[in-house]
Structure formats: C-alpha cells, structure tokens
Design a protein around this ligand. Sequence first.
Ligand code: TAP
Length: 484
Amino acid sequence: MNFLDYAPAPESQAILNLRSDYGLFIDGEFVAGRGTPFQTINPATEKQIAMIANANAADVDAAVAAARRAYTGAWSRLSGSDRGKYLFRIARLVQERARELAVAESLDNGKPIKESRDVDVPLVAAWFFYYAGWADKLDHAGLGPNPASLGVAAQVIPWNFPLLMLAWKIAPALAAGNTVVLKPAETTSLTALLFAEILQQADLPPGVVNIITGAGDTGQALVNHPDVNKVAFTGSTAVGRAIARSVAGTDKKLTLELGGKAANIVFDDAPIDQAIEGVVNGIFFNQGHVCCAGSRLLVQESIHDEVIDRLKDRISTLRLGDPLDKNTDIGAINSADQLRRITELTAMGEQEGAERWSADCAIPENGFWFAPTIFTNVSTSHRIARDEIFGPVLSVLTFRTPAEAIAKANNTPYGLSAGIWSDKGSRILAVADKLRAGVIWANTFNRFDPASPFGGYKESGYGREGGRPGLAAYLKPAPYLKPA
Ligand code: TAP
C-alpha cells in the first residue's frame, strides 16, 4: 500500500503537510536566503517537492553569529540536566512525528519507506535519547572533571541518511554544550527543515541549532568561517581532504567520516542462510548508498558457486520501485549525478573483464533507478573492487585461506567497516584482529547503536561518532583554563 494513499487519520488531515517553499532556519526562525533558491525533487518521479532557500556567505555569517550569541548567552551556561531535558524533548517529538518524517525522507531521498520508518527515524530518536542521558554526566566522558564545550560546531552532512546523519551530528554537540550550524546535502534538505520545526516545538533557545541549506559553496563558507570552533563532516573523501586542508593551521577541531569499500568475508563454515541475508542487506540496504556498505564480497573459493547461485536467487526476489510502497526493497537512486556515476563505474567493470549479472526487474519510466547487480571474476586491481560505487552493486572476489582473506580485505585505501561470517568464534576474533577497519560485524551487518563508536582508518577519515568517543569529539579535555 502506498503510504500517501492512506485515508487520513481522523485527528490529522494528512500525514505530511509540506510547504511549497522553505527558508533557512537561523536564530530560531525561518528566514529567506540571499542566494537563488533551488528545487528539491522526488528522485522516484523527478517531480518538484518544494523550493529550498540558498544560503550565501552573508547568510552563513548570520547563522554563525546566531550560534555564537546562543553559545555565550544561554546555552554554555545551562546545566547539563537542563540541556538533557531539551534533548529528551526533541527525541520524543521525533517519535511523535515519526510517520511524517519517514514519508518525507522517502520522498526526498528515494529510500524505501520500510527502511526510513523502521531504521532511520527510530535511530534518530535513539541518538537523541542516548545523548540526552550524557548531558549531565560529562565528567565521565573520559576527559577528566568539568570538560569544556568547544563553542560553535559547523556540521556538513551527505544525502544518504539525511535525518540520521543530522542526529549523529547534532545530538552529541548539544549534549556537550556546543551550538550548531548544520548544512544538509543539496538534494536532501527537506527533513532537516522539518527537524527545524521540531526544534521550535521543543522551545530550544533561538540560535542553538541553525540549519542553512545550499550547495557545496555554502558548506565551504561554513567550514571556513573564522568563528567556528569545530568542524564535523560526513561525505566523500575528496571533499573531506579539501576540508582538512582548509582547517589545517587553525585551532578548529575536526572529525571526518568519509568513504568506504568494506569487505564482507564469508568462510566455508558460515551459517549460510544468514550469510546470504547479511550479504544482501550489506550491499542493497538503502540502494547501497551507505559508506559502510559491504560492497566487496570475499567468499571462500570452495563455496563460491553455491553462494553466487543462492545470492542470485535471493536478489531476484527483491522488489524495486515506489519508495512509498511498504513492499519495496530497492528504492530510487538519489540523483541523476549519482546514477551517472554508478552507470560509469559498472560499465568500467565490464570493460575490465568482470562478469556482470543484474536482476531482471522492471525499471520505472521516470526517476533514477539501478537494478541490483553482482560482478563475479573480479580482481583486486579492478576499479569496481577499489572505488566506492555508492550504489546497489556487489563485487565478488574469492580467497582460499584466512591470510589471503585478510590481505584482500585490507587491500583498499579505505578502512571504515568489514563483516566476517563463520561458525568459529576463534576464527572471527583472529581475523577481526588483523582487519584495518573501524567497525567489524560478526555474523551480521549494518547494525547501528548510539552507544557504539563509528568511524574509520586511512582514507575513511578520523574521529569517532557515537558512544563516549562521539561525545569527546565535542569537548576540550579538562582542566580547561579560560584565557585571561
Ligand atoms: P560530497 O560532495 O562529499 O557531499 C557531502 C556534503 O558536503 C554535502 O552537504 C555537500 O553539499 C557538501 N560539500 C560539497 N563540497 C563541499 C566543500 N568544498 N566544502 C564543504 N562542503 C562541501 O558527496 P557527494 O557529492 O554527495 O557524493 C559523492 C560521492 O561521495 C559519492 O558517490 C560517494 O562515493 C561519496 N559519499 C560518501 C558518503 C559517506 S557517508 N561516506 C556520503 C555521501 C557521498 P552538496 O550536497 O550540496 O554538494
């Protein structure tokens, strides 16, 4: 059933009441941007959803100034327990508006409603609940007594988990006593603006969180702003590098969560039914638009043929189509640009000699779509084994021994995540110990919890989000002596 086709509940006339135009959220109010507004479209239909304000450098100044006033005014002096109350209130409002947020997220991003409803939005609430609990316990953040907040945090997030990435950034920043200016991705600003309405409902003091929308130049103006104390970025390694260069030589604290090319390693003693589900979930969840996606399957040679046959059978049952249909497994690709990138990289895979198999599914006429695809006969030198495709494309490599699996898994410039499937706990621990990846799942994949730190090695970035380390990223170690 299509979520938008539901008969409206008696108490609410519609699940989603969107405006036709959205302003910037600065100092607790929606205001017009000074740049040229842009449209946000539904990637499943290519139709406009709303017009979004565009923040220029003067708007970025205004947002940072509002965040600074809020920081020095009320927020940095508020007790931890009072900050926590605001976070609890935000979490509860997210729960109250969960259905609406899920529909908006699927409309704007293209992800299946069952994912936005059952994964994204519940995790957003969980992140705020979790960090609400920390707000009055900063002495236990591992930095000594009375660690100090940093000041104004500039946060730039990508389009793959718009609301969830916002929660990963805003919840720890506020719990630690900072104020925020956040820029969502150009193609997925909608739910950040609905979230701004939630901040108004929660009576969060004006300026504590500011949401400025725009393209990459808005993000650049924000992270380069001299009155910003902390930069937190999630997105591509190329932009992460540019940000690291621009922050170098300043006293801004920086965390980067960048790309990945995770190995999902299946040993011949793996619980095979679960492994097949885990491999499918690992790469096709959210159309593969996941930085920690299990995009490289490393399968032990002796079970290669069986695993590939079973994978193809399972993938053939996945339903691609309307993201707002509760039965949809594979939604729309987020943008024409991303579809082009996936198409180019997969064409390269064929040119380099890998064998391509795509599910035989009907592709809707309008919108951006890519059928779930597997490449076999892939070697470590192929582009499809090296580059982050960020789409529903699995590259399959084989190995004979655990040592070979480890060597191939680590043969990547990235180091964000990995999966291990085996019946032997001792093997899982021994292999995990040698994998250079920030997050390693055993006999599962793509499991997230606010208490669990997340982040990468090598070109996947630095710093951790989630858990206590995620809080420390927004604090100065004690003792902090105020400059005279
Ligand atoms: P990015 O360009 O890195 O975009 C991420 C965020 O940074 C967006 O809000 C973007 O704004 C903003 N931005 C762009 N240029 C900036 C700059 N110079 N300074 C500050 N902020 C800037 O990612 P993308 O173009 O959306 O995707 C490209 C590739 O990156 C994907 O194919 C994928 O491989 C990878 N990617 C990785 C992740 C994760 S979670 N690791 C997430 C997204 C993408 P606009 O969106 O308005 O340009």
